[in-house]
Design a protein around this ligand. Structure first.
Ligand code: FES
Length: 127
């Protein structure tokens, strides 16, 4: 196994926010075409902020840890902040990834972008 940081191993062994949100406001699933690893993200928004984020993932330890860390980072963010979150931010929060595993955090960025691209904010009724 590549040399993973303590944070990666912790998130891999004790994934945070595992599962799926029922009636989520935004959902997406992405797959890495090279290795076939997959991540699914569901998000619940409240007052323009991410109130809850949950993930399901199939893949290597780095991909699972990145998906887990992504849900932690997303919680409390505005949609704009979430869209600005890059794979490098996720990798940095994980204490770095081994050189041959850097691409695994890209799955996290892609799934955020895919989920929020389909999010349509509720229209506020004009009195
Ligand atoms: Fe596929 Fe890590 S090897 S995402």
């Amino acid at each position: 196994m590549p040399a993973y940081s303590e944070i990666v191993l912790d998130h891999y062994q004790n994934p945070r926010n595992l599962g799926e949100i029922e009636n989520a406001d935004a959902v997406a699933e992405v797959e890495n075409p090279v290795c076939g690893d997959r991540a699914r993200l569901s998000i619940r928004l409240s007052d323009g902020r991410i109130a809850e984020a949950r993930f399901l993932a199939e893949g290597c330890p780095a991909a699972i840890a990145a998906a887990s860390m992504t849900t932690v980072l997303l919680t409390g963010m505005t949609v704009g902040e979430a869209l600005a979150l890059r794979d490098t931010d996720v990798a940095q929060a994980l204490g770095g990834l081994p050189p041959n595993k850097v691409h695994c955090s890209v799955l996290a960025e892609e799934v955020i972008q895919a989920a929020l691209a389909r999010y349509v904010p509720p229209v506020t009724a004009v009195p």
